[in-house]
Design a binder for this molecule. Structure first.
Ligand SMILES: Cc1cc2nc3c(=O)[nH]c(=O)nc-3n(C[C@H](O)[C@H](O)[C@H](O)COP(=O)(O)OP(=O)(O)OC[C@H]3O[C@@H](n4cnc5c(N)ncnc54)[C@H](O)[C@@H]3O)c2cc1C
Length: 413
């Protein structure tokens, strides 16, 4: 039986590992933390996942929270300037999602998947792998996959300079998992995923999720450098950070302030601060002359503003699984590795390009035109909101100037 090593027990590594076990492979997983440490640790993401990738998990028998994780029925996008009167200057639309959208705290999901991995006969080795350690792992396995996310090992993979190179993050992130948020039945939009853009400051993203203690609300601040949302360098405790976050809402999204004014962190690990420097890397690195294959964030990572990273990780893991199964008994050589990445990247490149497009400064004219039209036309709002589940679709009518002209012409614009 072929022996496969996976380093990194995140969305991608665990999903691939469990898929390989189900297909009868012998799998070793190097994980930094044990299930209890993951479950009791700090939050890692907002992990909004869309219908297509939820189905990938379900088909693999890994959708363990279908009865407990809330489904967000729609999307609200707002845009305004805080110094203006929201009654007259706030523009927003609400659109329903056609497909399911959910968020299961990665602490809940990944700790359960790791337990499942061991129960199903996978070998978990608990440590942080270093480059020397990796050489031994690669020597002992037919294939070694690095699924270490934004961890240091991604530096083993050379940057792909055909993609925009960033030296620093585009946004400063702060994320809070909260209880005690007002969900008045007369205000159904509180069940929706919501984004409020304040052009000079950044974006506030709000969503519902299943966390360790049950359902919660998440705030994610996507702050522009030097703005009021870029205020987390001191890494406050979850309680202090929550107070600061709620104060920001009072100024920058007062309608959200009314909902969140009594919010408390769900647990001591309920706050996350950080930033992501976007990068696309070549998928193959060498350790002691042996090729290793990078997966998901380890080789292609972007700011979470468009909620694509976990979705990409799920798609990448499913695509690599199919490539491995198809390979049969033939060697997992460097050429095969590049082909496995290319097969995934046929899709992944579009989500990466979409996120890049949405984060450009100044905002591309195409985005301004489509979003402005969406405030007036529910049909455009609906198409825009549902596109997040499958970003390649944006190419023709959002990311291409002629496509935008043609699409908006149908609305007399
Ligand atoms: C604030 C924030 C919000 C986000 N929101 C969303 C969202 O709403 N929707 C969405 O789709 N995506 C979102 N993302 C992105 C998403 O979380 C990631 O893209 C996704 O988790 C990547 O999965 P992965 O398996 O590649 O890496 P990770 O989930 O990062 O997992 C990597 C694993 O490797 C382990 N590891 C690292 N180094 C080593 C080592 N040396 N040895 C052993 N193990 C190691 C780590 O401990 C970790 O368990 C968000 C990200 C952030 C930061």
């Amino acid at each position: 039986m072929r022996r496969i090593a996976i380093v990194g027990a995140g969305q991608a590594g665990l999903q691939l590992g469990l898929g390989l076990l189900a297909a009868g492979y012998e799998v070793t997983l190097v994980a930094e933390r044990r299930p209890d440490e993951v479950r009791g640790g700090r939050v890692t993401s907002t992990q909004l996942m869309f219908g297509p990738t939820l189905r990938v998990e379900r088909e693999a028998g890994l959708a363990l929270w279908d009865d407990t994780a809330p489904v967000m029925p729609g999307f609200e996008l707002g845009n305004w300037l805080p110094e203006s009167d929201p009654d007259t200057s706030l523009r927003r639309f609400t659109a329903s999602f056609d497909d399911e959208v959910r968020s299961v705290d990665q602490r809940v999901k990944l700790s359960a998947w790791l337990e499942l991995f061991e129960e199903r006969g996978g070998r978990a080795e608990y440590r942080s792998a270093g480059p020397a350690d990796l050489a031994a792992v690669a020597a002992a396995h037919d294939l070694t996959v690095l699924a270490t996310g934004r961890g240091e090992l991604s530096a083993l993979f050379e940057r792909d300079t055909s993609w925009p190179g960033y030296e620093r993050p585009l946004r400063h992130l702060a994320c809070f998992y909260l209880a005690g948020v007002d969900h008045d039945a007369s205000d159904p939009v509180t069940e929706h995923a919501r984004v409020t853009g304040v052009p000079p400051t950044g974006d506030l993203i709000v969503l519902r999720a299943l966390t360790v203690g049950g359902t919660c609300d998440i705030l994610l601040f996507e702050g522009k450098s030097g703005s009021a949302y870029d205020c987390w360098a001191d890494r406050p405790s979850a309680a202090d950070g929550t107070r600061r976050a709620v104060e920001l809402l009072r100024t920058y999204a007062p309608w959200e302030y009314e909902r969140f004014r009594d919010a408390e962190p769900t647990d001591p690990g309920a706050a996350l601060y950080g930033a992501v420097t976007p990068a696309v890397r070549h998928p193959v690195a060498h350790v002691d002359g042996r090729p290793v294959l990078g997966l998901a964030d380890a080789v292609a990572v972007h700011d979470p503003i468009t909620g694509q990273g976990s979705n990409n990780a799920a798609r990448a893991a499913a695509s690599y699984l199919a490539s491995i199964l198809k390979r049969g008994d033939l060697p997992f050589d460097e050429e095969w590795m590049r082909g496995a990445f290319d097969a995934y990247w046929e899709y992944g490149r579009h989500t990466h390009a979409f996120t890049d497009f949405m984060l450009r400064e100044p905002q591309p004219d195409e985005v301004v035109r489509i979003v402005t039209a969406a405030f007036e036309h529910p049909e455009i709002a609906h198409k825009f909101a549902n596109g997040y589940a499958d970003p390649p679709g944006y190419r023709d009518w959002l990311m291409d100037p002629a496509g935008v002209d043609a699409y908006l012409a149908g609305f007399g614009k």
